[in-house]
Design a protein around this ligand. Structure first.
Ligand SMILES: Cc1ncc(COP(=O)(O)O)c(C=O)c1O
Length: 398
């Protein structure tokens, strides 16, 4: 193709915190002819996928897939379990928590909104105190974003569950794992989560287009009396059709091929090794940021995300101007600041199909970009990251 813009050689570096890099094996799997979604080959694939998704979510209970983005999976969680006017408790950890709140409010739920500074996760003590103060038990669900993608902050889901139990409160616990599933350690069942919300384009290493809900028995029981209108998102026909390996509508067959292949990759590597790899790449990234003498967005080291790092810009410097220089010069995409931290942070995604040298290339692009954009920093962030990658035992190459 000829045009005004000459071709850029080499691979684009997609280091936003999702969509993440799609492995070649997944792309190849999706490039196969679409089959009959009511035939035996399809049914076998559905069963194989749902079975292994339960392994990834660490649950023995149903996991449901929807052709949707993550936003659809948020809505599915709410409309299946709640009734008009129900109260839900939600926390301002960042942009995605705020967007989920908006979905709840538009559906006619009353949101009890705990304000936050976008630099901390959910405080379990606040969860306990708020629920303990809800004497009439009017709060029906707690909405928690496990890994807030706008700020690089991970909230402690197990501690949130303990806080709900300590308050002796019956609210359902709903957890958004959109940027943690398949990247950070997560236990749907052991952590007492009632609905887990996930989607395809991050730790599951697929293109966008699949949303998921993992459900507990309590969530299924709630769905029998919930009165919010639902049709497309209704769990019941999906669960019935899934029993036979099918869907109640035409499913995204080629994305499911991709998911089948991505689950092979995740489980062949081993979940523990996948999580350890993410922890190690995250630590290397944070060492680079410290080496540059830049600040992280999260203030509590206990809450540092292992799937992305949000970097706080020095006063008077625009994160998007930096990102533009890096994209133009090095064909490297970094995540923009969202909502209240627009211009203040840029985000380095290090989730999904990523290894040491892919991260090293990314950090080199950031370090060169900082210099080109005139952002005050110390050289040597890349060196600090490479020292760590070289010397940390981490995950063996094979
Ligand atoms: C934590 C979190 N929740 C929800 C969403 C919304 O998902 P989607 O854009 O696929 O609708 C995102 C998107 O990045 C996210 O990171």
């Amino acid at each position: 193709m000829t045009g005004a813009t000459p071709r850029t050689a080499g691979r684009h570096f997609l280091q936003i915190p999702g969509p993440s890099n799609v492995p070649d094996a997944v792309l190849r799997a999706m490039a196969r002819p679409t089959i009959d979604h009511r035939g035996p080959e399809f049914a076998a694939m559905t069963r194989r996928i749902l079975d292994r998704l339960r392994t990834v979510l660490r649950t023995s209970r149903p996991v449901l897939l929807f052709p949707s983005s993550g936003t659809g999976a948020w809505e599915a969680a709410l409309v299946n379990t709640l009734s008009p006017g129900d109260r839900v408790l939600a926390f301002e950890t960042g942009q995605f928590a705020a967007l989920w709140r908006d979905v709840a409010a538009r559906l006619g739920l009353e949101v009890v909104w705990i304000e936050g500074d976008w630099r901390h996760g959910i405080d379990p003590a606040t969860v306990e105190a708020t629920l303990a103060g809800d004497a009439r038990r009017t709060i029906k669900a707690v909405l928690a974003v496990h890994n807030e993608t706008s700020t690089g902050i991970t909230s402690r889901v197990a501690a949130i569950r303990r806080a709900i139990d300590a308050a002796g409160h019956p609210a359902l616990l709903m957890v958004d794992t959109i940027s943690s599933l398949g990247s950070l350690d997560y236990h749907h069942e052991a952590w007492g989560v009632d609905v887990t919300i996930g989607c395809s384009q991050k730790g599951l290493m697929l293109p966008p287009g699949l949303g998921l809900n993992a459900v507990s028995d309590r969530a299924l029981a709630a769905s029998r009396s919930a009165r919010l209108p639902r049709s497309y998102w209704d769990w019941t026909p999906v669960l019935e059709a899934n029993e036979r390996g099918f869907f109640p509508y035409t499913p995204p067959t080629n994305l499911l091929y991709g998911l089948d292949a991505a689950l092979d990759l995740l489980l062949d590597e081993g979940l523990e090794r996948v999580f350890a790899r993410h922890r190690r790449l995250a630590e290397a990234t944070r060492r680079a940021v410290a080496g540059w003498t830049l600040e992280l967005c999260p203030l509590d080291p206990e809450e540092y995300s292992h799937s992305l790092t949000a970097v706080w810009m020095p006063d008077g410097h625009d994160a998007d101007a930096l990102r533009r220089v890096i994209l133009d010069r090095f064909d490297l995409s970094l995540g923009t600041g969202l909502g209240k931290v627009k211009g203040r942070v840029f985000r380095i995604g290090h989730l999904g199909d990523l290894n040491d040298l892919m991260l090293a290339g990314t950090l080199c692009g950031v370090e060169m970009g900082l210099a080109l954009a005139g952002v005050p920093h110390a050289a040597g962030g890349v060196g600090a990251a490479l020292d760590y990658l070289r010397s940390s035992t981490g995950v063996p190459a094979r």
